[in-house]
Design a protein around this ligand. Structure first.
Ligand code: M6R
Length: 609
């Protein structure tokens, strides 16, 4: 939540920063601002609304300077307004700060600072930082920041500049992501990798408690007590083009269409069909320990949680180990029974979701072995987990997660098939059959994507409905939840996902001609049961759209609309069935004129509790 960019070098800082912020706008987009050091003084531009608004202001009143910081905001303290937009200044206007996170003791600090004569101009928690730095400034910005960090409590990624120290940008990180980009005669700060891809691939991922001092020729990282420390420089292989729309109208559509490739990239080099083997390079847990585990907890939020629900089926059916799935914000506040015999799998696209990080830390403290499924190299989750299996999906920019979800599923299939083979919980010929099925997934998704025009037509037909039900059973129940979440988040239509068999225990009362149902009814062991559920809905006047297996004539007669998918082993069905639901949500949002990539009230990574 909130995106930060900092720059120092030979280019016009304002241009680099707005360009970087555009690539971070998915993190928040209710207001934005930039400050640069221009001819020895701080100059800033701020505006409410999306970056395009700030862009307009910058075109009419350009900023000139070689050092600067910028911010795109997702409001926590104080409504979206120009006064509350970052950067925030001290009383003198010589110090400016951008911040992602929450300063928990800001009210207490504000009271003290106000009693000392500091004048506040915003309702934000961030502004106290600028005034504290002012109070602590004795000619050295870095020392003033260190002093300030002793008094603030909470989560922060900070960027700070001062006209009294014009050749320095200071960054600090505590429980919110911050990376440093290393260039030639220029250096960068940012909340996330895509902001910096056009400028550098050499990046340092700051760790908790790190404070960084950037000037144009160098970067030094320190601990909060001022000791210099070494941090590894990583070479990022993501392509800058991956973070562009590439001819698609929206990132979300591009990312839906990328799925055959991203799944292939996640499988490649790990699944060896010829050798009938899976090799997970980063998962170091030894076979003895693995086979001694007796319970799996899967913990995640949102879409990643839905991937976890599919994971439960895979662990139980393939590995024959008990698996529980938890929403991270619940898991962290109950008392899960964790010990050395449990494996905790945390799933996170960004690797920066605050609740997921807290759950991971809880599991580690309790002695559980932790395994992360994560898309962002160097993120907090990926660094802190005992083992990490990266999804190779490239940057996901659309706020609604799509390719990260199928990438997470692919990772879960790899992990469970590998463990099942090692444990001997499935027979060799079954393992071989399943990996061959799995291998076909990318080409099957390509087939499913051909149904896009039909899905678009259905979206047009149903876009005026205000409520939707999504039903699925067994391994497709999480897909019903995911279909409902996608529709809710980008088209603001009320939608609920249900296990189809649960309908008669209450929700069936909702069904009438105004409540269309999407039912995942592909061929599987529960197919007949799902048909029964469709009959029940039809008998009550419901309009049913089915996701069905190609060639299924029975379903054509029983339902009002159908999307046909290639035949697939039921275990792998979620990788296919989710695609039309992603497309449906996308097209409905398009018809309704919603902002697909940046839906209201949301941000891509939820770095606050
Ligand atoms: O980065 P994470 O996977 O940890 O994010 C978890 C959720 O915030 C995320 O999946 C969210 O639900 C998406 N907006 C769903 O499309």
């Amino acid at each position: 939540m909130c995106g930060i960019v900092g720059y120092i070098g030979g280019k016009n800082a304002g241009d680099v920063i707005i360009d970087g912020l555009k690539r971070l706008e998915y993190r928040g987009y209710d207001s934005a601002g930039i400050a640069v050091i221009s001819e020895g003084a701080i100059e800033s531009r701020r505006s409410v609304g999306k970056l395009a608004e700030l862009g307009k202001i910058l075109r009419s009143k350009p900023l000139k300077g070689l050092t600067g910081i910028g911010h795109t905001r997702w409001a926590t303290h104080g409504k979206p307004s120009e006064e509350n937009a970052h950067p925030h200044t001290d009383c003198s206007g010589k110090i400016v700060v951008v911040h992602n996170g929450i300063i928990e003791n800001y009210l207490e600090l504000k009271k003290i600072l106000a009693s000392e004569g500091h004048k506040f101009k915003s309702e934000t928690d961030t502004e106290v930082i600028a005034h504290l730095i002012e109070k602590n400034f004795k000619g050295d910005l870095f020392k003033a920041v260190l002093e300030t960090l002793k008094t603030v409590k909470g989560a922060y990624a900070l960027g700070v500049i001062s006209s009294d120290d014009p050749d320095t940008v200071i960054g600090a990180r505590q429980d919110a992501p911050l990376i440093v980009g290393l260039g030639n005669g220029e250096n960068f700060l940012a909340s996330d990798i895509p902001a910096l891809l056009p400028y550098t691939r050499k990046m340092i991922f700051l760790e908790e408690g790190d404070v960084v001092k950037l000037n144009k020729d160098g970067v030094k990282v320190f601990s909060k007590d001022g000791r210099e420390i070494k941090r590894e420089t990583k070479n990022i292989t993501w392509d800058a083009v991956q973070a562009e729309k590439g001819g698609y109208k929206h990132f979300m559509l591009k990312e839906i269409y990328e799925q055959p490739q991203t799944i292939q990239d996640t499988i490649l080099g790990r699944l060896f069909i010829g050798e009938q083997k899976i090799y997970l390079e980063d998962v170091k847990i030894d076979d003895k320990k693995l086979n001694g585990l007796n319970k799996v907890y899967i913990v995640a939020c949102g879409t990643s949680y839905h991937a976890g629900l599919v994971g439960k089926f895979l662990f139980e059916n393939l590995v024959k180990v008990t698996a529980e799935v938890d929403i991270a914000s619940e898991f962290r506040y109950r008392s899960p029974v964790l010990d050395k015999k449990t494996l905790t799998v945390v799933i996170s696209q960004s690797g920066e979701t605050a609740d997921t990080i807290a759950a991971l830390r809880l599991a580690k403290q309790s002695g559980s072995h932790t395994l992360a499924i994560c898309n962002v190299v160097g993120s907090t989750v990926s660094r802190e987990a005992d083992d990490v299996l990266y999804t190779h999906c490239g940057p996901e920019i659309g706020v609604a997660s799509t390719k990260a979800f199928t990438g997470q599923l692919a990772a879960l299939y790899l992990i469970t098939l590998d463990w099942a083979a090692k444990k001997g919980s499935i027979k060799k010929d079954e393992f071989v059959r399943l990996i061959n099925e799995f291998w076909e997934t990318p080409s099957r998704i390509r087939e499913v994507l051909k149904a896009d025009p039909q899905v678009a037509a259905l979206a047009k037909e149903f876009s005026q409905k205000r409520d939707f039900l999504f039903l699925g059973r067994h391994v497709n129940y999480p897909i019903a939840l995911e279909g409902a979440l996608k529709l809710k988040e980008i088209s603001y239509i009320h939608a609920e996902g249900y296990p189809a068999g649960e309908m008669k225990h209450g929700p069936i009362a909702l069904i009438d001609e105004n409540m269309p149902l999407f039912v995942v009814a592909t061929k599987s062991a529960v197919y007949e049961k799902v048909l029964g559920n469709i009959e029940e809905a039809k008998a009550r006047g419901g309009t049913v759209i089915a996701l069905a297996t190609a060639g299924d004539k029975e379903i054509t007669a029983k339902t009002d609309g159908q999307i046909y998918l290639p035949e697939v082993d039921e275990f792998f069905a979620p990788l296919l069935t989710v695609i039309p639901l992603q497309l449906f949500a996308y097209h409905v949002a398009e018809v309704l004129g919603c902002d697909v990539d940046q839906p209201r009230n949301l941000a891509k990574s939820v770095t606050v509790e």
